[in-house]
Design a protein around this ligand. Structure first.
Ligand code: 6R9
Length: 630
């Protein structure tokens, strides 16, 4: 098996991946089960945003995640499911059991009319059925489109319609700490605007007696009983769609990123094994929700294709108390723990006893993802959780990249606090200046682009290749533009500095400012809105909204809570603004563009130097905004 054991190995393999990319990736791809090998490794044209890997290769990713492990690890635990309530028992699902459950679920989908190529919307909490149905889709060649179960009805219906889903898989509800959430109610509302959905499969999870719409809804527990535990895997082309996953865009509409079977499998497996240096028998826990790319790639596909034991956690870090993560690490003797800076920062604020009362000695490797990790959080994580002996693997990547791009390799790469360090083999970063030229050398800062394809990159935006091209391949022609800024230090190490576009990252979740603005504008009192991010101690970034109302609001607090409620309904609770400032005008240029630079400064509380405001249509609004800053 391809591995990297030393810094020299890393440099050798990195060099090979650049000099002979096709040879490099075909050696790794050869380690998998293919029905038929590829004719050609790679064809690409970044000017047209066209990329294909392992051309004419045939496979099924579930044969690689399940079938091929049965001979050697049938009775090994594939998934440890840790429930929301720690008083309840965890579930250990072996590879054989997972194989059978996935087969059965696949047959259930078929019996409900799902065919190869159909898009299936999945709106489920972090319960084992979520893993079963994702893999079941992959087994029969259906395209899963998982929608994070914290999204609102409106977000669900937009995504269902955009992907043309005819079937939705959901549950009656979910637990979140001491709360329950009525997921089926959200689906019922969502589907009022989805005329093409003709079937809903409902897992009764929190109780019995979910509201059932005759003719459309069926119960998972009834359907699964009719299904056999043997379902042949569909033969898929390497470039067939595996899934769609939505991510926020700079305009209001979310983008359905399309990932394909072959390259995604090879890359998520390789990066999982290499970066964390996963060893046979280790227990690995990624705390993300499977509704995000991190869960897709690094709870399910990467670890399962590698034959790992992966933890799936239903709960939240703060309930029943702030020791919840540490308790679960102790309970399952977790060796590799992968979480987000926002979680680390909130755990850091809890009394130290919550950490101290648990035995964390099983930990060998820590990981971080979702946003830049600040140095203070990095050190706290290192000292208190890793006890100074676990490397922190800060993984920079995106929904669009499918897998890790810039990250240290555990116990191989020298670490620097808060730096994502070096590109993984196959990844060719370029730092660009504002005039679109690549900046050479070290000790530089600019915008991060990638100049060569890697196997797990998204192939398109579902139904809108032009938007894919415009968003990612037009800023720097011939290169993939990430939307992030970065610095490259004197040793060639990368520090990601954050988004340079209109995306803000709140507790690790990407949100488009345009999306939040249009949600706020839905309130009948609101005339116009501008939203920017501001530094937030726990969430990384908070949401600051500047709102113009038709009439000067009489009860500001009441209106604020109505606006928050509106956003929560339209997008989801994660998008609620932290601060809402009512203003009479916005700083606009003569061409009508809002100068967000100024609003960002105000939101950051730094109004000493607002830069050039002479191009503004009405410079006076700036004084009013400054005076009313929250
Ligand atoms: C995997 C994931 C992607 C954006 C990305 C960047 C930010 C993610 C990061 C990081 C600095 C890291 N980001 N990981 N920034 N250091 N280790 O989070 O995907 O939800 O699509 O977000 O998140 O800004 O462009 P996604």
């Amino acid at each position: 098996m391809h591995s990297i054991a030393s810094l020299q190995d890393y440099h050798d393999q990195y060099k090979k991946s650049i000099d002979q990319p096709e040879a490099f990736w075909s050696e790794i791809a050869n380690e998998f089960t293919w029905r038929k090998k590829w004719d050609k490794v790679l064809a690409w044209d970044f000017n047209n945003a066209d990329v294909k890997w392992f051309i004419n290769g045939k496979l099924n990713i579930t044969e690689n995640c399940l079938d091929r492990h049965l001979a050697t690890r049938a009775n090994q635990t594939a998934i440890i499911w840790e429930p929301n309530n720690p008083a309840h028992e965890a579930k250990h699902i072996t590879y054989k059991q997972l194989f059978e459950e996935v087969n059965r679920t696949a047959n259930m989908l078929k019996a409900n009319g799902v065919k190869k190529g159909d898009r299936v919307c999945i709106y489920l909490p972090m319960i084992p059925e979520l893993a079963y149905v994702i893999l079941a889709c992959a087994r029969i060649g259906a395209v899963h489109s998982v929608v994070f179960a914290g999204f609102s009805a409106k977000s669900v219906s937009d995504r269902v319609n955009d992907a043309g889903c005819k079937i939705v898989i959901t549950s009656d509800g979910s637990y979140r700490g001491d709360k329950t959430i009525n997921l089926k109610g959200i689906i019922d509302t969502a589907l009022e605007s989805c005329p093409d959905v003709s079937r809903v499969i409902v897992k009764e999870y929190i109780g019995k007696g979910a509201a059932i719409k005759e003719g459309r809804d069926v119960l998972w527990d009834d359907e699964i009983q009719k299904a056999s535990a043997q379902c042949d895997a569909e033969e898929m082309d390497a470039e067939d769609m595996l899934f769609i996953l939505y991510t926020s865009g700079s305009t209001g509409r979310p983008k359905g990123m399309v990932h394909t079977c072959g390259g995604y499998m090879v890359y998520t497996n390789y990066t999982f094994r290499t970066t964390f240096q996963y060893q046979e028998g280790q227990v690995y826990w990624c705390t993300a929700d499977i509704g995000w790319i991190t869960g897709h790639s690094y709870i399910l596909y990467g670890p399962l294709s590698a034959g790992a034991t992966t933890v799936m956690f239903e709960g939240v870090p703060s309930w029943p108390d702030w020791g919840r993560f540490w308790q679960a690490i102790e309970r399952h003797k977790v060796n590799i723990f992968y979480t987000a800076p926002t979680a680390i920062r909130s755990l850091q604020q809890a009394p130290p006893e919550f950490v101290k009362r648990h035995d964390l000695s099983s930990l060998k490797v820590l990981g971080s993802v979702g946003e830049p990790i600040n140095e203070e959080a990095w050190h706290w994580y290192d000292e208190n959780i890793g006890k100074g002996k676990c490397p922190i693997i800060d993984t920079w990547w995106q929904t669009e990249t499918g897998g890790f791009m810039i990250a240290p390799i555990a116990n191989v790469t020298k670490l620097k606090p808060a730096l994502a360090t070096l590109p993984l083999p196959g990844v060719q970063p370029a730092v660009m200046n504002e005039s679109g030229l690549e900046i050479q050398g070290n000790n530089i800062e600019g915008r991060l682009a990638i100049k060569f394809p890697w196997p797990s990159m998204a192939r398109t935006i579902y139904g809108d290749h032009q938007r894919f091209k415009d968003t990612y391949f037009s800023t720097f022609p011939g290169k993939y533009f990430t939307g992030d800024g970065c610095k490259r230090d004197d040793e060639g190490y990368y520090r990601i500095t954050g988004r340079v576009d209109d995306i803000i990252i709140v507790s690790g979740h990407n949100l488009g400012t345009a999306e939040i603005e249009s949600a706020i504008d839905e309130h009948t009192a609101v005339c116009e809105t501008a939203v920017v991010g501001f530094p937030h101690d726990i969430k990384g970034q908070g949401i600051y909204a500047f709102v113009i109302c038709y009439d000067k609001p009489r009860e500001e607090e009441k209106l604020r809570s109505e606006i928050k409620e509106k956003v929560s309904k339209i997008i989801g609770p994660i998008a609620k603004p932290d601060k809402i400032q009512f203003v009479s005008g916005l700083p606009k240029t003569r061409s009508g563009k809002i100068m967000r630079r100024i609003l960002r400064k105000v939101a950051e509380g730094d109004t000493s130097n607002l830069g050039d405001t002479t191009t503004l249509l009405d410079p006076n609004v700036v004084d009013e905004i400054k005076a009313g800053a929250l």
